[in-house]
Design a protein around this ligand. Structure first.
Ligand SMILES: [Zn+2]
Length: 184
């Protein structure tokens, strides 16, 4: 059984406000992740700070440097995201008239995003739009496939992933197996 309460008393209410039933999480067999408590600033760009869990941050810095040494530029698009922020992103799309089912094929249900853990990153490279399937055709993606695992990062959502998300070549997660084992 999945219990939502231990992680966030407000999660049930958030889901209700978005019109998402908690049963949807169970039906999809999705893990519920705890929000990271221990976060550090990985990078600040313009007015925006990217946060990650310390070990994931260290591994990211090392991976980014290793890629650079091979002539490959890796850039962060997204790192830690709170449950509240995830709900806000969904709310905005609902307000713009998008259907919930379509939204949930590209945005995780609040509570189930790997970004809550501070261990997931969305990556791009110069010339590639952020969070775009064309990332698959970049040298950065080829490099990640060859080297990311050596830094503890794996691709979370390949084609036909069991979670039912669209293919996300840009989304990589640090120690994903451990996170899934710890999730409810
Ligand atoms: Zn992502």
């Amino acid at each position: 059984m999945i219990s939502l309460a231990p992680h966030s008393p407000r999660l049930g209410l958030l889901l209700h406000q978005l019109g998402i039933s908690a049963g949807e999480i169970i039906r999809r067999g999705l893990p519920v992740f705890a929000e990271a408590q221990d976060l550090i600033v990985v990078e600040t760009r313009a007015t925006r700070g990217f946060l990650l869990q310390p070990q994931a941050a260290q591994a990211w810095w090392e991976m980014q440097a290793a890629a650079a040494a091979d002539g490959v530029v890796l850039e962060l698009v997204s790192a830690f995201r709170s449950i509240e922020r995830q709900a806000e992103l969904i709310r905005r799309k609902l307000d713009n008239g998008l259907a919930l089912a379509d939204i949930l094929s590209v945005l995780a249900i609040p509570g189930t995003s790997e970004h809550h853990t501070g261990c997931a990153i969305d990556v791009t490279t110069p010339g590639c739009p952020p969070a775009d399937a064309s990332f698959e055709d970049t040298a950065a993606f080829v490099w990640l496939n060859a080297h990311a695992a050596g830094h503890g990062y794996t691709l979370s959502f390949p084609r036909n992933n069991p979670e039912g998300y669209l293919y996300e070549p840009w989304h990589w997660c640090f120690e994903r197996d451990r996170l899934l084992a710890e999730a409810d």
